[in-house]
Design a protein around this ligand. Structure first.
Ligand SMILES: [Zn+2]
Ligand SMILES: [Zn+2]
Length: 397
């Protein structure tokens, strides 16, 4: 039977060195560490980067590491490539020989693979830096929940390392090995949370006219919130407001003083995020006032949407097409409603975040699953992409 072979153009050094890269990945997998405690991990990363002869800066946002490589063809642009280092609070069930040695911690999102691919690209580029310009290899802590990317930016990452553009990558189970997904515009949603405290006046349940009932008011507020997306957001755009907790009161015959609603908002568009935040606050307050109560609203923006800029997405697309073949690049992936803190870097620098195929999801090989393991067959694709991206991005006018 004739098999169709994808027309990959992998970097020959990446193929030669793949066993070494896999050994790094398995070491990192066996020693997972979570948010801002990536001490062994960042020491391993920094030691490798120094051994390649790079300038290495450590301790940005506690455990963040950045290594700098200057091309040997003179000055030029400056590009940042980012990998995340943290693991998750999950008990690993893989029984692999290199399974987690840290009970309750696990690399279940493939950040072990992300570090390995960026280290591999750094090693090969350092062997032969035949480009004009500068590359910064950025290893960030605490991608999961804690916003390590935001902390690196706040601590002056781009002042000490003034890149022109920044690029990221995430492995994606369910997409075949040897495929990539690249698109300009939104890739991942923003993640906001809210808490609405309805303040009324407690009283005897049999004499409601003597108080202001926060329970009935909370019911009206819940329904009113659902009119924001339905009536105030362009139907061609997407957003979701999901109240997820409601509590108030202690017994049958007392109208309580307060009732609380909590929930989350997701969208891809910062303008829509602004509208929803403003209207959620107004809707809650005015609905509450109409019923004799007040509403206190605490609205927090956790992660912005991850939005790829057009020119850099075009560069990423052309590089991906060269590495895995044009037919293997999904140029119109459906964005994910999950969130990603690389968004904080893309908020201040143009750039592009892509998905790298990580093979089938058999046996619960899903992100954040206790049976997940990054697929080593993707390493050479990721390393080759990073190397080609540096050359392409720095050669553009
Ligand atoms: Zn994750
Ligand atoms: Zn992840």
């Amino acid at each position: 039977m004739q098999m169709s072979v994808p027309s990959c153009s992998l970097h020959p050094r990446a193929t030669e060195l793949v066993d070494e890269f896999i050994s790094w990945r398995h070491h990192l997998h066996a020693h997972p560490e979570t948010a801002f405690e990536e001490n062994l991990t960042s020491a391993f990363v920094a030691e490798k980067l120094k051994s390649f002869g790079l300038e290495v800066k450590t301790g940005i946002a506690k455990t963040g590491v950045v290594a700098t490589l200057h091309g040997n063809k003179g000055a030029g642009k400056r590009i940042g490539l980012r990998a995340d280092m943290d693991a998750l609070d999950i008990h690993e069930t893989t029984n692999l020989p290199y399974a987690s040695k840290h009970p309750g911690k696990m690399h279940a999102c493939g950040h072990d693979g992300h570090m390995t691919m960026l280290l591999g690209a750094a090693k090969i580029l350092a062997e032969n830096p035949d480009f004009a310009g500068t590359v910064d290899f950025i290893f960030q802590p605490a991608e999961e929940n804690e916003g390590g990317g935001r902390e690196m930016v706040n601590e002056g990452l781009f002042d000490s390392h003034p890149v022109d553009t920044v690029y990221g990558m995430h492995n994606w189970p369910g997409r075949d090995i040897g495929t990539m997904a690249v698109k300009a515009g939104p890739m991942m949603a923003s993640y906001d949370v809210f808490e609405i405290v309805i303040e009324g006046k407690g009283c005897h349940a049999a004499m409601p006219h003597l108080g202001h009932d926060p329970i009935t008011t909370a019911g009206q507020v819940l329904l009113a919130l659902q009119t924001i997306v339905a009536r105030e957001i362009n139907p061609l755009k997407s957003a979701v407001i999901s109240p997820t907790q409601i509590f108030g009161g202690d017994t049958w015959n007392v109208i309580p003083n307060t009732a609380t609603i909590r929930g989350t908002v997701r969208t891809f568009d910062p303008d829509i995020q602004d509208v929803i935040e403003a209207r959620l606050v107004e809707t809650a307050k005015h609905t509450a006032r109409a019923l004799g109560c007040d509403a206190r609203v605490n609205y927090q923006r956790r992660y912005p949407a991850t939005i790829n800029s057009p020119a850099e997405s075009e560069i990423a697309l052309s590089v991906a097409s060269k590495i895995v073949g044009v037919d293997q690049v999904d140029t119109n992936p459906e964005p994910s409603m999950a969130s990603e803190d690389f968004a904080f870097m893309l908020n201040v620098k143009p750039g592009c975040y892509i998905w790298l195929g990580n093979g089938p999801t058999d046996g619960d090989r899903l992100l954040h699953n206790a049976a997940y393991d990054f697929n080593d067959d993707a390493i050479t694709h990721g390393v080759s992409y990073w190397i080609a991206l540096v050359k392409e991005a720095l050669s553009r006018d």
